[in-house]
Design a protein. Structure first.
Length: 475
């Protein structure tokens, strides 16, 4: 099996973990005693946390998070054992998830029902001998229960469309993405289907569009609730337009803005500050939807004027297609093989993208053979047009470690600052949200840029040059 053009996927599937060897006689009794000691010691920690240094606090949190993940994996492995032995079938629980919940309740523990269901679902799947590679990976602690659950759900969908693929190999491709979220794992499914069976995606989109609904209802508090069920393609258009208009703005009319000014990531003048947007994310999205409707209504009435910063120039869909998809001829079934991605990460079949591309406000971003965007740098300070599109394709979101704020919320930052001779090119650019743009200039950070992403060096003071106050706002 060859998975081509899959962004953010390792070069190879995760190697199969070795099967865990049975422990010697009496080992379980000793381990249970150790577990009781560990549980008891964990109860003592809250009263001692104040004694930890700042560095020790971070290490403690990392250890606890690792324990949570490992403990959930072991719970899934133990539940698999219970399923295999018939313990679950002989209980009064309706399924493995219910059995896990009953065990937790009996021990007077606390667990979210969703966690119990996830553990039970994975255990049921791992009890199937065909999924031994997943069970071994969980036992070895190299994958999360969440990743295992998605892999067990997604692989049966893609196996029928991949010629000559083996189940274990496909499972290992998904397990290699254990460090990612659900969206990336599902993206892998969409890209595989788009590569080998694009007609499936077309049929899915057509079926979804036939089932679309939009309703609204008046609530007792006087508000109106809108509820929409949209196809993947239509939702991508709506989400991107709202996202483009819902980034936090400077707003001097908000109640708390004057009391809590936040320095701008790129002030227009030395010492300038802007005031924090106090609207919640949900409120910003509601305002964006209203603004879209108002602009559309004016256009329908023949009034094509709009205020600066509204839909006219910012709410465009950027579609990314690899070069081969563009040059391939239509297949006999009438479907273009391959798949494209909007800058918000929505994966759409090529046919849907070609229909969307009839809109004059859509921007195509064509990739080379290695899925690398063309460097379209100009001798200008600002990253605009095609160059910003290329940066967005590569970075996808704020590149600062741990941040995933979307492109519409981000500035394009010069790694080597403009005032220090840095060029406005793809290799000298990185997306940064306002918060992390400020931090990068505050701590004078630098980064390494490759064709696939940006890696930040968080050592303070390594930014090239000695910026003055005005220079810090220039990037």
């Amino acid at each position: 099996m060859s998975v081509e053009g899959i962004s953010r996927v390792p070069d190879a599937p995760r190697p199969a973990a070795p099967t865990v060897m049975p422990a010697g006689p009496g080992a379980a009794a000793g381990l249970l005693a150790d577990l009781d000691v560990l549980t008891s010691r964990l109860r003592d920690w809250p009263g001692a946390l104040y004694q930890l240094s700042e560095g020790q606090l971070g290490g403690f949190v990392a250890t606890m998070v690792g324990l949570v993940s490992r403990a959930e994996s072991l719970a899934a492995v133990a539940t698999t054992e219970a399923v295999t032995r018939g313990v679950v079938a002989n209980s009064t629980a309706t399924d493995a998830g219910g059995w896990v919940g009953a065990c937790v309740a009996e021990s007077e523990g606390v667990a979210e029902p969703a966690v119990c269901r996830r553990i039970g679902s994975v255990a049921t799947g791992c009890a199937d001998p065909r999924n031994r590679v997943v069970a071994d990976a969980l036992a070895a602690g190299v994958v999360t229960v969440h990743c295992a659950r998605v892999a067990l759900r997604e692989v049966p969908k893609v196996l029928p469309v991949i010629p000559g693929a083996e189940r274990d190999e496909v499972l290992c491709w998904y397990l290699a993405l254990s460090h990612t979220g659900t969206r990336t794992l599902r993206d892998l499914s969409a890209r595989i289907i788009g590569r080998f069976a694009p007609e499936v995606l077309v049929a899915q989109e057509e079926h979804q569009q036939a089932c679309e609904t939009l309703t609204w209802a008046d609530l007792p508090n006087g508000l109106t609730r809108l509820t929409a069920d949209l196809s993947t393609g239509h939702a991508a258009v709506i989400k991107h337009a709202i996202q483009a208009l819902s980034a936090p703005r400077s707003d001097g009319n908000t109640a708390d803005a004057a009391a809590d000014p936040t320095p701008s990531a790129a002030p227009s003048a030395p010492g300038a500050v802007t005031e924090r947007d106090t609207r919640t994310p949900s409120k910003r999205r509601a305002d964006a939807l209203t603004e879209l409707a108002e602009v559309a209504a004016r256009l329908l009435d023949g009034d094509r004027s709009h205020s600066s910063g509204t839909v006219g120039g910012s709410a465009k869909i950027v579609i990314t297609l690899d070069r081969q998809t563009l040059i391939d001829q239509l297949s006999a079934a009438g479907h273009l093989p391959g798949i494209g991605r909007t800058i918000n990460g929505d994966l759409l079949d090529a046919g849907t993208l070609r229909r969307m591309a009839c809109d004059a406000d859509l921007i195509p971003a064509v990739l080379g053979g290695e899925s690398e965007p063309l460097d379209v740098g100009r001798t200008k300070r600002l990253f605009t047009g095609g160059l910003r599109t290329a940066i967005i394709h590569r970075d996808r979101h704020c590149t600062f470690p741990g941040c995933d704020r979307p492109p519409d919320w981000c500035d394009a930052h010069h790694i080597t600052p403009w005032w220090a001779g840095g060029q406005t090119t793809l290799s000298n650019a990185a997306l940064l949200c306002a918060r992390h743009h400020t931090i990068v200039h505050r701590d004078l950070l630098t980064a390494n840029v490759t064709t696939t992403g940006v890696t930040w060096d968080l050592t303070p003071g390594l930014m090239p040059g000695r910026p003055d106050v005005a220079g810090r706002g220039a990037a």
